[in-house]
Write a protein that binds this ligand. Structure first.
Ligand SMILES: C[S@@+](CC[C@H](N)C(=O)[O-])C[C@H]1O[C@@H](n2cnc3c(N)ncnc32)[C@H](O)[C@@H]1O
Length: 398
């Protein structure tokens, strides 16, 4: 837990933990040690920072993502990555014919947060973060969350004041609608802002971050593939609202010889076209209409139910249950399972993004269990990844 300006014993303990875990990580590349070392290092910053400074730092912090966002527009990250040599401010500003002083002020912040290297006076070079920011997924993540998220975030306190501090429960009536002055849900709103919709879909391709893919830690072969009853035309896996199909592609790469059809379902504007080289079949569908694929072995949903309030989740689950074969079909939900205490900060921040964009939420284990049983499912098991990341909720028709 971060404690601001603490006693020297606390600092000593954090340094010991950091040193031990960092040594473990250096020695055998242990992921567990890396995560412990990172947490100790973050706590150490909190322990060393003075409280008034901490408040000022937090209050100024939106300028960090602001400068990353302008850096994208100035092509700073792609230019430094592609040229791969230190570049003077004049060369960086020339890419978009930008004002020299403006470019320098952006780059100072980017150097301050480690997104570029200040190689010499007004000369900058790429580092790991510059290269990361030059990828399409990271570019789209910042663009979507800044361009679409920030206006609504700024209006969210006002939203709650006028809503007497009640949680929003309607997809079409929450902080996003208040900020954007719209009655459309985020998904409907994308039709009028297709560029943001595309950014969102690209952001989703990278939404796992550096966390392990479920196919690399969940016993997919034993729990799911082995039970598949092969008869011609049968479906092994349906990725329900699977976006552009990145999770199915990972599944296919991991289990190239698994029998059965792989179906990708989403809205028509999101789905990639069916191409003959891919085993994956695209099928347009609506979460709130009957599920078009019956009796598949696996119905997989990642980051879908966290987009919806309980009432809509119930409806989505009812459609799935009606399509599933009792005793055979498996429901596999990949989502965060919030602990009752000590929820990781990243998960609590995403919880707020869900509130703002979709009037929805991340859920605890009890909440998941209640939701699923009320929709006619029985819980089989909650599975947790070897380190941080989304868990797997395995359920069947009750
Ligand atoms: C948070 S994204 C998750 C995408 C993907 N499962 C992943 O984890 O990357 C939610 C998905 O739900 C889809 N979606 C939203 N409303 C839908 C609806 N009514 N019917 C079908 N799909 C919908 C969106 O197009 C989007 O691809």
């Amino acid at each position: 837990m971060i404690t601001y300006v603490s006693d020297t014993q606390h600092i000593d303990r954090l340094i010991d933990t950091l040193r031990q875990a960092a040594d473990g990580f250096k020695h055998d590349k242990s992921e567990k040690d890396r995560v412990i070392a990172l947490k100790a290092a973050q706590d150490l910053v909190g322990a060393l920072q003075k409280p008034r400074d901490a408040v000022i730092q937090l209050s100024y912090s939106p300028t960090q993502i602001l400068c990353v966002r302008i850096g994208i527009d100035l092509d700073v990250f792609t230019t430094l990555t592609n040229r791969n040599v230190p570049l003077a401010i004049e060369e960086l500003a020339a890419v978009k014919n930008a004002d020299l002083m403006l470019t320098e002020r952006v780059l100072r912040v980017l150097a301050g947060i480690g997104y570029v290297v200040e190689h010499d006076i007004r000369i900058y070079a790429a580092n790991t973060m510059t290269r990361q920011m030059s990828t399409r997924e990271s570019d789209a993540t910042v663009k979507f969350l800044f361009d679409v998220g920030m206006p609504s975030l700024a209006k969210t306190p006002e939203y709650f004041r006028q809503a007497s501090f009640q949680s929003p429960a309607e997809t079409n009536n929450g902080p996003f609608q208040y900020g954007e002055k719209t009655e459309k849900s985020l998904w409907e709103w994308f039709a009028q802002c297709p560029e943001s919709g595309k950014d969102f879909d690209t952001y989703m391709e990278g939404n796992r971050g550096d966390n392990l893919n479920w196919v690399d830690w969940f016993p997919v072969q034993e729990r799911l593939i082995d039970g598949y009853e092969a008869s011609e035309g049968d479906v092994l896996l349906v990725d329900v609202a699977g976006g552009r199909g990145h999770e199915l592609a990972a599944f296919q790469a991991k289990f190239p010889n698994a029998l059965g059809r792989l179906i990708l379902e989403d809205q028509p504007g999101v789905l990639p076209g069916n191409d003959s080289g891919r085993k994956i079949e695209s099928l347009s569908f609506d979460l709130f209409k009957p599920q078009p694929i019956q009796d598949a072995r696996i119905y997989y949903m990642k980051f879908i139910l966290h987009d919806w309030a309980d009432a809509q989740c119930h409806e989505i689950l009812q459609h799935l249950r009606a399509a599933m074969k009792k005793g055979y079909s498996k429901l596999i939900i990949e989502e965060f399972i919030l602990p009752d205490k000590g929820a990781p900060l990243a998960q609590t921040m995403l919880d707020w993004q869900m509130m703002v964009f979709c009037s929805s939420m991340e859920r605890t284990r009890d909440h998941w269990e209640k939701l699923l049983t009320s929709a006619g499912f029985q819980m089989v098991k909650f599975w947790f990844p070897p380190r941080q990341g989304q868990g797997i909720i395995e359920a069947e028709v009750a």
